[in-house]
Design a protein around this ligand. Sequence first.
Ligand SMILES: [Zn+2]
Length: 475
Amino acid sequence: MPAKASDTINFKHMKGDFAIYSRRVVLPEGIVPATIFVENGKVVRIIEGKVVNAQCPLESVGKQVLMPGCIDAHVHINEPGRTEWEGFDTATRAAAAGGITSLVDMPLNSDPVTTTADDFIQKINATSGKLHVNCGFWGGLVPGNTDELEGMIKMGILGIKAFLSDSGIEDFQNVLRHDLNEGMPIIAAYDLPILVHCEIEDLDRDNSRLKKNPTSYKAYLKSRPKSWENKAVELMVELCGKHDCKTHIVHLSSAKALPTIWAAKSAKLPLTVETCPHYLYFCADDIPDGNTLFKCAPPIRGKKNNEQLWQALSDDLIDYIATDHSPAPPDLKEIESGNLLKAWGGISSLQFLLPVMWTASKKRGHSVEKLVNWLSDRPAQLAGLKTKGKIAVGYDADFVVWNPEEEFTVTEELVEHRHKVSPYIGERLFGKVTQTYVNGIKVFEEGEMVELNKGSLLLKRESEIGKSIVEEVYK
Ligand SMILES: [Zn+2]
């Protein structure tokens, strides 16, 4: 535990850029009243209790919770090329407003997609002047680009994403077993994770019900059965063992895949799993027909399935939560027609990760500490962000200050995403974010951005991956 403010310490010598005190600071050891000293963007000292006579400004946030900023490791920012869908400026504003201090961008649906070193340079250039929180990047594995993986890795990508089914983006084709057999040894050599969209389409896919009745949610659900996910998870568990490559299953929705995951984890395979707020907060039984805002792949399933996902989360079979924020302009969402066959699949939710998860967790009796595991600590570990995800000495001063008891209604006016289109609009949620700190700088306070462009690029460096790297490319 940290030293106490009541101990005989001379606080007058304690300097820092500032200190922040809360009666509820979430430390790895538990929730305590504490004063956190910050210098040059890092936590330099933690004292239990309130320090009033230190030689630096003190911000007191009373009994609001002070915890490590959330890390959303699954975000589709879509810039460059599809900035009309979402972009770095709007996405990172939304993140800051939601208490997310770091996010990791997916290699699609930007144009170009991030599947070569040259594409990655374009991606990096597109962030210039627009990062209001920290941002890292996943590269992509597509058929025929295994020669590009090392180039992207040496430029600082955090891991590699692949699809096992149609991604919906022509330039990002899904891989087959042989592509994974070629790519995974390269990814494993750098000790990075491969992240996989786990659905394998049945060859005799039956879309007839959905074609006949394209606004029926039940028909949409039937068109992407659990068996697709289960089969894909089995394949990835097999290849994870074969190549000893860190393997991460993104957005798990089928609870039927959990026994396979349990067996893999029991065998100590390097397998991790995420699910998303929408699979936990909503359920198929309540989704009205013709409402395309709920369309995502894999789909939101029934109540019993979703309760099993909750159980898996509390048993650590599912490691963490990510939003899979994947917005599109309203016309592509077919909002008017309600056509689930034609609508772009993807749920817009980045800004509401923390309150949605808190509202649903609180109902089930889960603690704020559990939330920190799911939203900060474990996503930091997967992305290899060694100084993030905790409030501890030497860690980055990325914090969120929020009020778990305060309720609010999600309104269009609150939404900072490019398009004010989300199934969460109108929901009443607990957990209001009041302040967000990025790299030791307060960037968001009481509904307003107070500092812009304070985020950093999160790129793996030579010292971290143990191979030569071209560090001079950026910064
Ligand atoms: Zn996604």
